[in-house]
Design a protein around this ligand. Structure first.
Ligand SMILES: NC(=O)c1ccc[n+]([C@@H]2O[C@H](COP(=O)([O-])OP(=O)(O)OC[C@H]3O[C@@H](n4cnc5c(N)ncnc54)[C@H](OP(=O)(O)O)[C@@H]3O)[C@@H](O)[C@H]2O)c1
Length: 253
């Protein structure tokens, strides 16, 4: 890929204050993009923008707030004139087992990961449909959404829903908007730092950011990585339950 393949493109990253989102901001900055950086922690976004030379714009946002999400989308469109790509990476995660669910934490995770995605779509879809150039919406799922594994709820259920949502978006809007589904395996970030098990084939956020930056420019619907890991889980999803449930009940997490 060219080092300036995002030149003059306006990209809104939601979840840019840490992990994969901040790595993606650095990668797209290096490739020439104009960035709108969103997440709740303004100080982290300002620090990132300063590191990148202060040329991008910071739009603090709590994605669980539907009104604020709409106002932020409108402010970004006014500021940039058009939005070329919207990348939804915001998420909450807490390791939990179903026999000891913390319902306040569960509601919080569903609110960010799933309701947040609906807030975003409701704000940007009409906007992108009416702008002259074709825009893009990329939603971040996870291989955790491919199959129900032990220890991953409620996060995994929200990621499964994101996969379904991205598929529906594609079915409804693909002629007017380019829809992408991002499906990472394990990536070393503050989110996975909460895990106390060995994460197979874990990669660094910089590698994930390169995969995403390349994938957003490709014609493929799904951007999944690292392939050796994601393909294994895709095969698991294709197996009949009589086989796959025997395998997943033995997973250690
Ligand atoms: N790391 C992995 O192994 C992995 C694997 C598969 C999928 N993913 C997905 O990749 C994406 C990025 O995750 P990550 O690993 O980079 O995690 P991370 O470092 O914890 O980043 C999560 C981001 O979401 C933002 N966020 C959380 N709640 C928000 C809210 N209410 N409103 C707006 N922003 C909010 C956080 O910023 P603030 O706290 O400042 O709001 C932060 O920027 C997520 O969708 C995650 O599910 C990660």
């Amino acid at each position: 890929m060219s080092t300036q393949d995002y030149k003059n493109q306006n990209v809104w990253i939601i979840g840019a204050s840490s992990g994969i989102g901040s790595a993606l901001a650095r990668e797209l900055d290096a490739r020439g993009a104009n960035l709108a950086l969103s997440a709740r922690r303004k100080d982290e976004l300002d620090k990132l923008n300063a590191e990148l030379g202060g040329k991008h714009k910071v739009f603090p946002l709590d994605i669980t707030n539907a009104d604020l999400t709409l106002r932020t989308a409108q402010a970004i469109r006014s500021s940039f004139d058009r939005i070329d790509r919207v990348v939804f990476l915001a998420a909450g995660y807490a390791p939990m087992r179903l026999d000891s669910l913390d319902m306040a934490v569960t509601k919080g995770i569903v609110d960010v990961n799933l309701n947040g995605a609906f807030n975003l779509i409701s704000a940007v879809l009409p906007m992108l449909k009416t702008q002259k150039s074709k825009g893009q919406i990329a939603l971040c799922g996870s291989v955790a959404g491919y199959a129900g594994l032990p220890g991953g709820q409620p996060y995994s259920a929200t990621k499964s829903a994101i996969i379904n949502l991205a598929e529906s978006l594609h079915a409804e809007c693909k002629d007017m908007i380019d829809i992408k589904l991002i499906s990472p395996g394990f990536v070393r970030t503050p989110l996975t730092d909460k895990n106390d098990f060995d994460m197979p084939m874990i990669i660094e956020p910089e590698q994930a950011a390169k995969e995403i930056a390349d994938g957003l420019l490709s014609r493929r619907f799904e951007i999944h990585f690292p392939k050796k890991f994601t393909i294994l889980l895709k095969v698991l999803r294709l197996l009949p339950y009589v086989v796959s449930l025997r395998i997943t009940q033995n997973f250690k997490t």
